[in-house]
Design a protein around this ligand. Structure first.
Ligand SMILES: NC(=O)c1ccc[n+]([C@@H]2O[C@H](COP(=O)([O-])OP(=O)(O)OC[C@H]3O[C@@H](n4cnc5c(N)ncnc54)[C@H](O)[C@@H]3O)[C@@H](O)[C@H]2O)c1
Length: 447
C-alpha cells in the first residue's frame, strides 16, 4: 500500500467504524442540527464557534435553535459524543471537519466569503494528513476548490493525497415538521474519487440517503438551483397576485384549483416579500459568478426585483384599504403588524419582510407596532437599526381593537384568528390565512 492509499484507507476505516472525530465549525441553524445528527450516528463531535455565548449556552445544555431540543442536546453531551469550544486548536484532533459558517452578501450585494476564508485559515493552521474538510455553506460554484482547497494547500499538503476536500449543501427547512437533517437526502461531492468515497461514507452514516454528484462545483450549483427555483416561482405568483387582484380574481383560489392538476404544476404561494437567510441572498451568488463569464442572469434579477417590490405593494394595499374602508389616511393610522419572523412557526427574522413593512409604514407617517409569539423583542440588525429594542405587544382584545388595521405578515399557527377577526377593525391578510381557515369577514382584505 503506498502512502497515498494508506492515508485514504486509514480515514475510510475510521469513518466506517465511527472511530473518526468530527469537528463542526459554526454552530448556527445549520451547524448545530448537523452536529446532533452526526453525534447520534455514533461519531464523537466537537463543535467550534467564535461566539462564546453559544458555547456557554451549549455547556449549560441550552439549545438556541428550534430544531434541536434541550433533551436531544443533553443526551449527546451525556453520551460523551458532543462537546463545544471556541478553541480551534482542537481541530487537529478531528478527522472530518465541516464548515457551516455564514455566506452573506456585502453592502454592494457581492458574495461575502470572509467567514469561509477565515475558517479555512483556522483549519489550515491545524491541518494534518488524513483529514476530510467539507464545506456546507451555500456559495457559488468553484468556492470549495478555488478558495477552501487553495488556502489549505498553502500549507504544502495536497488535496486528494494528504487530505481530502468535499462539498455538501445544507437543505435544512426551519420549522418543517416532516423533514429534518437526518431524513433529507444529502447531495455530496468531493475533489477526486477518494474524497467522494469518504463523503459518501461519512454522510451515509448520519443521514438516510446520499446523492453523489461528479464535482464540488456541481454540488454547489445544485444548492443554488434549488433556491433560485424557489425565488423565481415565488416571484411569478407574486406578480400574478398583483395582476389578478386588479382583475378582481383571488390568486389563492386560482392556485388551489391549479394544484389539482396531477402533473406539470407545483404550487407556490405569494406573500409580503421574501425572507430568511437563503432565498433572498443565495441566487445573487450565481449572478456575481456569472459576470466572470459575461453572462446575464435575468430570471434571478427579475425575481429579485418583483419580490423586493412586494412590501411596498402590500403597504399600498393597506393604505387603500384604510382610505376606502375607514376613511383614514395611513399617516394618521396605527398599524399592528402580526408576525415578525420571515415564515410561520419560527423565530428567525433574518431578511424578514415584516421589518421592511414596518419601515415603509413609518416612512409614510403611520405608526406601527408588532406582535410575534416567537420574537419578544427586535434584536440588532444591520439594516434596521432604528427598530432595535422594540417589543412585541400583547395580543389582548383591547389592544387589537385599538389599532386601525391589523396587517398579517406571518401566518403563525398559534394565533387565534377567529378572536382576532372579532376584535380587529380592519384586517389585511398577505398569507390567505383566513381563506385557509374558512373564515371570512367584511373587514378583511387580501394583499
Ligand atoms: N439557515 C438555513 O436554513 C440554511 C439552509 C441552507 C443553507 N444555509 C447556509 O448554511 C450556512 C450557515 O448558515 P446558518 O443559517 O447556520 O448561519 P448562522 O448565522 O445561524 O450560524 C453561523 C455560525 O457560524 C459562526 N461563525 C461565524 N464565523 C465563524 C468562524 N470564523 N469560525 C467559527 N464559527 C463562526 C457564528 O457565530 C454562528 O454561530 C450559510 O452558508 C447558509 O447560507 C442555511
Amino acid at each position: 500500500m503506498d502512502a497515498r492509499s494508506s492515508t485514504f484507507e486509514t480515514l475510510s476505516k475510521k469513518i466506517e467504524t465511527r472511530a473518526a472525530r468530527a469537528g463542526i465549525i459554526g454552530l448556527g441553524y445549520v451547524g448545530l442540527p448537523l452536529a446532533m445528527a452526526v453525534a447520534r450516528s455514533g461519531f464523537a463531535v466537537t463543535g467550534f464557534d467564535i461566539d462564546p455565548k453559544k458555547i456557554v449556552a451549549l455547556d449549560a445544555r441550552r439549545s438556541y435553535i428550534d430544531a434541536v431540543t434541550n433533551e436531544a442536546l443533553t443526551a449527546e453531551i451525556d453520551a460523551g459524543r458532543f462537546v463545544s469550544t471556541t478553541d480551534f486548536a482542537g481541530l487537529s484532533d478531528c478527522d472530518v471537519i465541516v464548515i457551516c459558517v455564514p455566506t452573506p452578501l456585502t453592502k454592494h450585494r457581492d458574495p461575502d466569503l470572509s467567514f469561509v476564508e477565515a475558517t479555512s485559515r483556522s483549519i489550515a493552521a491545524h491541518l494534518r494528513a488524513g483529514q476530510l474538510i467539507v464545506l456546507e455553506s451555500t456559495t457559488y460554484p468553484g468556492t470549495t476548490d478555488d478558495i477552501v482547497k487553495v488556502i489549505l494547500e498553502e500549507t504544502g499538503l495536497k488535496s486528494g493525497s494528504d487530505f481530502f476536500v468535499g462539498f455538501s449543501p445544507e437543505r435544512e427547512d426551519p420549522g418543517n415538521q416532516n423533514y429534518h437533517t437526518a431524513t433529507i437526502p444529502k447531495v455530496v461531492a468531493g475533489d477526486g474519487a477518494q474524497a467522494l468515497s469518504l463523503m459518501k461514507s461519512f454522510y451515509g452514516a448520519a443521514v438516510s440517503s446520499v446523492v453523489p454528484v461528479s464535482s464540488n462545483a456541481t454540488a454547489e450549483a445544485v444548492k443554488l438551483t434549488e433556491n433560485i427555483f424557489r425565488s423565481v416561482n415565488i416571484a411569478l405568483v407574486n406578480e400574478l397576485k398583483t395582476v389578478y387582484a386588479a382583475m378582481g380574481i383571488d390568486v389563492w383560489e386560482v392556485i388551489d384549483a391549479a394544484k389539482t392538476k396531477p402533473f406539470g404544476y407545483m404550487p407556490f404561494y405569494p406573500g409580503p416579500g421574501l425572507g430568511g437567510h437563503c432565498i433572498p441572498i443565495d441566487p445573487f451568488y450565481l449572478t456575481w459568478k456569472s459576470r466572470e463569464f459575461e453572462l446575464p442572469t435575468r430570471f434571478i434579477e427579475l425575481a429579485g426585483e418583483i419580490n423586493s417590490a412586494m412590501p411596498r405593494y402590500v403597504v399600498g394595499k393597506l393604505a387603500e384599504a384604510l382610505d376606502i374602508r375607514a376613511g383614514k389616511a395611513l399617516s394618521r393610522s396605527r398599524v399592528l403588524v402580526l408576525g415578525l419572523a420571515y415564515k410561520k412557526n419560527v423565530a428567525d427574522i433574518r431578511e424578514s419582510p415584516s421589518l421592511r413593512l414596518i419601515e415603509i409604514i413609518e416612512e409614510r407617517g403611520g405608526k406601527a407596532d408588532y406582535h410575534d409569539p416567537f420574537v419578544a423583542e427586535i434584536p440588532p440588525t444591520r439594516e434596521y437599526q432604528a427598530l432595535k429594542g422594540r417589543k412585541s405587544i400583547d395580543l389582548t382584545p383591547e389592544a387589537v381593537a385599538g389599532y386601525d388595521v391589523v396587517l398579517i405578515a406571518t401566518d403563525h399557527d398559534i394565533i387565534d384568528y377567529a378572536a382576532l377577526s372579532k376584535n380587529a377593525r380592519l384586517i389585511v391578510d398577505t398569507r390567505n390565512v383566513f381563506g385557509r381557515l374558512g373564515l371570512s369577514a367584511d373587514h378583511l382584505i387580501k394583499a
